[in-house]
Write a protein that binds this ligand. Sequence first.
Ligand code: ATP
Length: 211
Amino acid sequence: MRSIGFFGGTFDPIHLGHLRLALELKQQLALDEMHLLPCYIPPHRASPSVDAQQRLAMLQLALADCTELRWDARELQREKPSYTFDTLSELRAELGADVSLSWCMGMDSFAGLDSWHRWQELIGLAHLVVVARPGWEQPTTGPIADLVAQHRANADEIHTSAAGKLVILEQRLLPISATEIRAQIGAGESPQFLLPDAVLEYLRAQVLYGY
Ligand code: ATP
């Protein structure tokens, strides 16, 4: 069965922590494809001076020399915040019922999953792959704990069905944060070696985040 992973985020900006995790997930889960999906941010919440097209341009530059990872701009094209339910429904309709889809997210996102639109239906559309993040505990009671109890599976099981498994991975994460990168630039420090050189060049050329 063909298997495709999706890793969403604001990517404001994309950095080596995101890229390395996406690549490791692809390899560890033996996925045929891994797509990074920048999410739409309402203009009033966006970083001043950085728009959706620039976040996408940075992602494209970051992936230019990488044959393992792809980008998917569908959430930006809608020009309004997307529900994961809608994105996964669209992907499922496009790709058909016989493709294994894995929606990857950090434990920080997963812990609040029960506030997402139609969250109980997500596991019917895709596998959920959750990466432990330091500082975030897996809920032990409540609706999220029930979801885990019902659907928890080993990583290799995502290849035996198109959707319905919940995989929790203990992954080493590079200690890099987009918030910190923006703060460093704001303080006049260089973010070199935290993001790809091509992205750094773009930041400089476009004077993003005040760089
Ligand atoms: P910040 O770095 O300011 O916390 P962020 O990078 O978490 O922002 P997003 O761009 O939305 O914000 O992150 C997208 C996804 O990447 C999230 O699921 C998050 O858990 C994950 N992520 C963030 N930083 C790292 C990192 N250093 N290594 C691996 N994954 C990361």
